[in-house]
Design a protein around this ligand. Sequence first.
Ligand SMILES: Cc1ncc(COP(=O)(O)O)c(C=O)c1O
Length: 387
Amino acid sequence: MNKSTGHKLATRCIHAGNTVDAATGAVVPPIVTSTTFEQPAFGEPGPFVYSRASNPTRDALERLVAELESGVRGLAFASGMAATATILELLDAGDHVIAPADIYGGTLRLFSEVRTRTFGLEFSFVNFCDLAEVERAIRPNTKLFWVETPTNPLLRIMDLEATVALARGHGVLVAVDNTFATPCVQRPLEFGCDIVMHSTTKYLGGHSDVLGGLNVVADEELGRRMVSMRSAVGGVAGPFDAYLTLRGVKTLALRMERHQANTMVMARWLDEHPKVEQVYYPGLDSHPQHALAAKQMDGFGAVVSFVLRGGLAEVGTFMNALDVFTLAESLGGVESLAGHPATMSHSNLTAGRRAQLGILDNLIRLSPGIEDIDDLLADLDYALAGC
Ligand SMILES: Cc1ncc(COP(=O)(O)O)c(C=O)c1O
C-alpha cells in the first residue's frame, strides 16, 4: 500500500515511495552495492537481476521522485545530461525537436553539436514564450517539444498548459526540464506533459555534493521504453549517489521554503539598489510573466539574476568582494552561489548569440542558499558598494 497517497508535499518528500526497507524494516533505505542478484531457481529471476537495469537503492529514489512529480515511473541517471540524452534515445534518426533558444548551455550543446551529428536528429530553437512561433516551427517529423521553465539565467516562463494543447494537436511529446522549479514548486505532468527531467545535482540533492539526473514519465508505456533505453545505454545513478540524492529530497520542501523566501527578499532589495539596472525574478510584479508564473507554479523558484551597472570590470569587483556567496558554477545547494553566465554557464555560446538572448556581460546569476537573509543582504551590499 502506498501510505503517502493524499498527503501534502512536505510529507510526501519524506514518505513517498515507501522507502522503509521491506527486508529489515530499516527506516533509511540501505545502500545496496551488489551489482548482481541471486536467481532463486533456473529460469526464475528475482525482482533484481543486474544493477544497470535496477537496484534497490536507486529504486527507492525513483519511487520517491516519481510520486512527487505525479508520474508513474522515475529513472535515476548519473547526471542531468545523461537523463536528457536518454530522452533523445526515444526518437529515431531524422526526427525533429523544437526547443527554446535560451535553454541551459549544456543541453544546447548536446542538441546542436552532438545529436545533430551522431543521430541525425533535427532541432529548431525558438522563442517558447510565443507559441505561434513554436507552431510555425512544427514539421511533419516533429516528435518532441523540449521545454525549460523557468529558464537559465533569465528566468523566463513558458506556459505548460498551452504548450501541451499545441503538442496534443500534432502528436508531439512534451518533456520539461524542471530543475529550476523542483516538484515542490511546479509539477509539469499535472498539466499533461509527458516527461519531467531534473538535474538532481541542484535542489533535489541540495548540498552540492552529488551529481545526478532523473526522468519521470506520465505513462507506463513511455516508462517501459525509457527503462529499455537506459538499460541499453547505461548512464545509471550508482547506489551511493542515489542514496545521497534520496537523503537530499527528504528535506526538499523545507529547503525550498527558505530558498524562495530568501530569494524574494533579495530580488526586491536588488530592485531598489542604485547599482542594479534590472532584476529578473518571476516573483516580482514587474516580471513580464509574473501572472503566468503565479498560475502554474506554487512559488517562484529560488534563482534571481540581475544586470549590474557597468561592465566586466565592475562584475569582477563585485564577485571578488563577496564573502558569504561563493563564486562557482551550479545552483540549488544550501550555500549561496554567484555565477557569471557570459563566462561560465553560457560561455560556449558566441558573444553575438548571448547578446541576442539578453545574456549580457554585466548579467549576474545568484542562487541564494538557506543562510540568514541579513547576512546575505549585507554581503551583497558590501560587494555592490565597491563597484
Ligand atoms: C537547467 C539545467 N538542466 C540540466 C543541467 C545538467 O545537469 P548536470 O550538470 O547534472 O548534468 C543543468 C546543469 O547546470 C541545468 O542547470
